[in-house]
Design a protein around this ligand. Structure first.
Ligand code: PEP
Ligand code: MN
Length: 276
């Protein structure tokens, strides 16, 4: 059990029972493994609606898609902004599945809240305390990614900021951290999954797409490992045509690969007393 002076509301001592977050009937943190899938970035209405229909068909419960993108280079595609949010809302209307999208700045919270069912905080903003505090005052669940160089204590302290402002609905997300290893872009720290399950009541999901860019064939094994380790869900990038994706195409699965992944993880889920 991790003991820290830095947080209390997130701990199991404070709340022994698992937090289950209900997003329009999709329950994250219960026995069901929830898969959130979709493109890295919303590129067009046609693309997003097609992806939403396909991922739903294969069992994903929530559509992901970035409208406001945190890109390393200012010259990379920055996302469609509000137009992207409108496209996501349209995809939700058609497929009836909730949507998660990133909010990068406090000034965007109100806008993103108007459209999204879950607000995502990206790895690069994991310790943006003004953003976290403001999200703590929102009435929408927050998907909080681990900072790429955050320790477990720093990750949980970031979640504490949100709970401390009154929002109890935080979904934690491991997406890989920076280490000396260069074979992968980030090191997916799956040991944090059981540690978080033991020391906190919050749901934890794993994003196996962002840890090993260019290593698409590692997504299935790491997804299976994440579920075996106790993750409550997975965040997977899926694209209709990964070769021409405007963002993170090298790590995005096509529809056939996603369908296979869903079949494979079902078996692991069953083996650990969960289901999809
Ligand atoms: C994303 O989910 O598309 C993303 C930008 O992830 P991260 O913040 O983990 O890099
Ligand atoms: Mn991405």
């Amino acid at each position: 059990m991790i003991k820290s002076q830095l947080y209390k509301l997130v701990t199991r001592e404070f709340k022994p029972k698992d937090t289950i977050i209900d997003v329009n009937g999709v329950r994250i943190g219960g026995k069901e493994i929830i898969v959130l899938a979709g493109p890295c970035a919303v590129e067009s209405e046609e693309q997003t609606i097609q992806i939403a229909k396909e991922i739903k068909k294969f069992g994903a419960k929530i559509l992901r898609g970035g409208a406001i993108k945190p890109r390393t280079s200012p010259y990379s595609f920055q996302g469609l902004g509000e137009e992207g949010l409108k496209i996501l809302a349209k995809a939700r209307k058609i497929t009836k599945i909730p949507i998660v999208t990133e909010v990068m700045d406090t000034s965007d919270i109100q806008l993103v809240c108007e459209y999204a069912d879950i607000l995502q905080v990206g790895s690069r903003n994991a310790q943006n305390f003004s953003l976290l505090k403001k999200l703590g005052k929102c009435n929408k669940p927050v998907l909080l990614k681990r900072g790429m160089s955050s320790t477990l204590e720093e990750f949980l302290s970031a979640a504490e900021y949100i709970l401390n402002e009154g929002n109890p609905n935080v979904i934690l997300c491991e997406r890989g951290i920076r280490t000396f290893e260069t074979a992968t872009r980030n090191t997916l720290d799956l040991s944090i999954v059981p540690l978080i399950k033991q020391s906190t009541h919050l749901p934890i999901i794993v994003d196996p797409s962002h840890w090993g860019t260019g290593l698409r064939n590692l997504i299935a094994p790491m997804s299976k490992a994440a579920i075996a380790a106790g993750a409550d869900g997975l965040l997977i990038e899926v694209h209709n045509n990964p070769e021409v994706a405007k963002c993170d195409g090298q790590q995005s699965l096509n529809f056939v690969e996603f369908q296979h992944l869903m079949q494979e993880i079902k078996i692991v889920a069953k083996a650990v007393g969960r289901y999809l």
